[in-house]
Design a protein around this ligand. Sequence first.
Ligand code: ASP
Length: 359
Amino acid sequence: MSMDRRKFLNLSGLGISSFTITGFIPKSIQTLNGQEPMNGQSTTLRNINPVVVATWDAGLAANLAAWKIIGAGGKALDAVENGVKVTEDEINCCVGLSGNPDRDGHVTLDASIMDHEFNCGSVAFLERIKHPISVARRVMEKTPHVMLVGVGAQQFALSEGFPLEPNTLSKDAKSSYENWLKKSEYKPVINIERKQATSQLDPSLMAPHKLSNGEWNHDTIGMIALDSFGNLSGSCTTSGAGFKMRGRLGDSPIIGAGLYVDNEVGAVVATGQGEDVIRVAGASAVVEQMRQGKSPAEACKFVVERIRRIKKEKAKDIQVCFIALNTKGEAGAYALHKGFNYAVHTKDGNKLFESSSLD
Ligand code: ASP
């Protein structure tokens, strides 16, 4: 930590409020060149600065769109919706209509959104609609319900003016699906987790999530944000596990599992094997640990450890990761296994960090 940072930290002891990004943080791929993250390292930022945190390297581009709103004094809710729409628009394996299909060849989308007043909305098993996150927001704002699924969710989207997109697979999804069919293995696989260290990625690419070998390496886009009003919001959107059984829902559309926001405590979003996030009510469990006084990274770690205890030997075959942000603007993350990264945008810029993990 530089002397200036230390001095600034000390200001908080004089009653001047401050934001801290802390935790088992972070090395930025732009700056740390392969050093190990320094657990517990803290960086203090001036109050009141907004913060946006998003999963995976795809979060870098998503954060830029969110920052346009939140950095200009806009609301966290608008930032987290518009941020993840960028990823829904991209060609990738795991978010939006270009994502991998279920085992019957259909792309089905899950998304959820939550604001600082416990308002929340979600859609699940939604087909042929480009921006499930915006449909989730309409569910939140225009219906008495929290969750709409399948045909009903699609009907609602159409009635709200969302266009029905063609029933086709992207080029990449089609070839992945054809390869998967050849194996004739009716085994759903969790979206491909990173197999390459963050430090090996090309930092000049804003969203370097397609590796040189053509393999995709990020999953659900989840975003949590604190705005200059001191309000938190979160969003989460995915095409779910590739080649899943038809009708399968993951954690992402389930409030309390894939996403949770309590404006008195913090906001949390998950990525990884949804079934194992659901069984521990993951995002809600992380929020409760922060309520008990844990830092965001410690709270994420606590729940990741719980999952490892529950899964025993099988924990080696799955990946689960959480990102968390508290009301002070402290951000942190933790993953079951190496390879998870996340992007943090503050007034000091948009940076990618490698998460700590149990291995
Ligand atoms: N959590 C998502 C799901 O289970 C997928 C992922 O993030 O890898 O649907």
